[in-house]
Ligand binder design. Structure first.
Ligand SMILES: [Cu+2]
Length: 136
């Protein structure tokens, strides 16, 4: 009687140990579900920012996007199973902006307002369709 109970307990402990070990292995091999990347863009002003954030909002798998206009760096958090970093860069290029090494789509770029075109040298002014604060 005593021995069979001991065997039973040993068996349970072994099973528990096996289960814990198996779980740990799964956790280690599973890739991260979400990743955050920083993409250097050619955004010039608030209007570009709106455009880029809207595009990111429409991109499947993108969870969060923020643009720093000072550095032009777009920080994107995305679900790795749904979208890749490269697909995100392609989406940015598609609407006329550079994304790291991916160059802006030329057609989309030319459709942007002058001041939004990188290197145009045209300053953004309030009143030309931009969401600028007065006096900026
Ligand atoms: Cu702009």
């Amino acid at each position: 009687m005593k021995t069979s109970l001991q065997k039973f307990t040993a068996c349970i402990l072994l099973l528990l140990f096996a289960a814990v070990t198996a779980n740990a292995q799964v956790a280690e091999t599973k890739p991260a579900k979400r990743e955050t990347i920083q993409i250097k863009t050619s955004a010039e002003c608030d209007m570009c920012k709106d455009r880029l954030l809207k595009e990111m909002g429409n991109t499947a798998g993108v969870k969060k996007a923020e643009l720093d206009l000072g550095t032009r760096v777009l920080t994107v958090t995305y679900a790795t199973k749904k979208v890749s970093a490269d697909q995100i860069r392609q989406a940015i290029a598609k609407i006329g902006y550079d994304a790291d090494d991916v160059k802006a789509n030329n057609k989309a770029f030319k459709k942007l307002p002058d001041c939004c075109q990188k290197g145009s040298g045209v300053d953004c002014k309030p009143g030309d369709g931009h969401k600028h604060e007065e006096g900026k």
